[in-house]
Design a protein around this ligand. Structure first.
Ligand code: PGA
Length: 351
């Protein structure tokens, strides 16, 4: 597991969005081989989506051959309700990018047969070849999607009763009125998230610090369902400084040192996106100062070291303009003019 610590929520959002951009572009999705992306709702990912829309508008990212799966949905909330996760995803992301409507997958919390709806979702995930990257957030109780404390770590998509703590936390979206918050939801299971080939979690704020500490410093435990990331072969948590408040200093230093060693001794160009060390050039033998000087370190827009699914490096690409996007047409309608605003956080850059 990798833990990436950035200064604040803005830097976390930019790092995360940029990582998603690099992963999709490196994958070079086609109609027959789409990039399958799992996506969360909640307040944390909103700025990530803002950056993804911005990348799309700048012609740096196309969603033409991306298939999405939302993580969860309230039961019984009308589709047009602003807090329905279907409305949320359209408002913050889907209405602003070139995702094909048939590639959008969401759970229907108003289905007549909720069990059948959950099975349909699992079947659909299987049909498209599984999820390549699952982006997720957590609740203060360590839940991932709506997998509340006590959820089976093998669980699949199902109906879930929300914990009182979650209902309280989400009351802010319903005018502070706990009674208006739905008490049931459909959610992908912990097992569904585990089955994704990569899991990327964003955690910000002091109110999630205990959950982060429980999930990464203690054992795998169904009372803190995020802790299952310890068992995942390709998991990354991106958090801000506030979220590290309950971690041991030693833990934070260790994870920060990994990034430092990779940058200073090995060189970013030798590291796969998922953190695999692909090669050691001469001069990058692990001797301090032997490799990349600061001026040689690639910037986020330069850095995109491609690697195959097994994490081995292949070539380097720099997908920063429409011309650099795959020639299969995946970038064909993504060159809309920029909407005039620039990214809110390009300092404290990812990578
Ligand atoms: P939040 O919700 O991003 O609004 O904190 C996350 C969650 O409950 O999973």
């Amino acid at each position: 597991m990798r833990l990436i610590v950035r200064e604040d929520p803005k830097a976390v959002a930019y790092y995360t969005a940029n990582y998603v951009r690099l992963r999709i572009n490196e994958f070079r999705p086609t109609h027959r081989r789409p990039f399958v992306l799992g996506l969360p709702t909640g307040s944390t990912p909103v700025e990530v989506y803002w950056h993804l829309v911005d990348f799309y508008k700048r012609g740096e990212l196309s969603f033409r051959n991306v298939v999405t799966f939302s993580m969860d949905e309230y039961v019984g909330l009308p589709k047009a309700h602003p807090e329905c996760y279907c409305s949320f995803m359209h408002r913050h992301l889907y209405d602003h990018i070139n995702l094909r409507p048939e590639n959008i997958n969401m759970l229907d919390g108003n289905a007549d047969d909720l069990t059948a709806e959950c099975q349909r979702y699992e079947d659909r995930i299987r049909e498209v070849g599984g999820i390549e990257l699952f982006l997720g957030g957590i609740g203060p109780d360590g839940h991932i999607a709506f997998n509340e404390p006590g959820s089976s770590l093998e669980s699949a998509t199902r109906v879930k009763t929300l914990a009182y703590e979650t209902v309280l936390a989400n009351a802010r979206f319903f005018g502070g009125d706990v009674d208006r918050v739905p008490k049931l939801a459909l959610t992908v299971g912990v097992g569904t998230v585990r089955a994704a080939r990569e899991v990327l979690l964003i955690i910000t704020g002091a109110h999630k610090a205990v959950a982060l500490a429980k999930c990464i410093e203690e054992g795998v435990n169904h009372m803190w369902t995020l802790s299952v990331v310890q068992l995942h072969p390709s998991a990354m948590i991106v958090c801000d400084e506030d979220a590290t408040l309950e971690l041991h200093v030693k833990t934070v230093r260790y994870f920060k040192s990994i990034e430092q060693v990779q940058e200073q001794l090995i060189g970013r160009q030798n590291i796969g996106l998922k953190g695999s060390i692909s090669r050691l050039h001469h001069g990058s033998t692990g001797t301090p100062g032997a490799q990349t000087s600061d001026s040689q370190v690639l910037t986020d827009s330069d850095m995109s070291s491609a690697h195959s699914d097994d994490g081995m490096s292949t070539t380097s690409v720099t997908p920063t303009s429409p011309a650099d996007l795959p020639a299969d047409g995946s970038g064909e309608d993504c060159a809309e003019p920029n909407n005039g605003h620039s990214p809110a956080a390009t300092d404290g850059t990812p990578f």
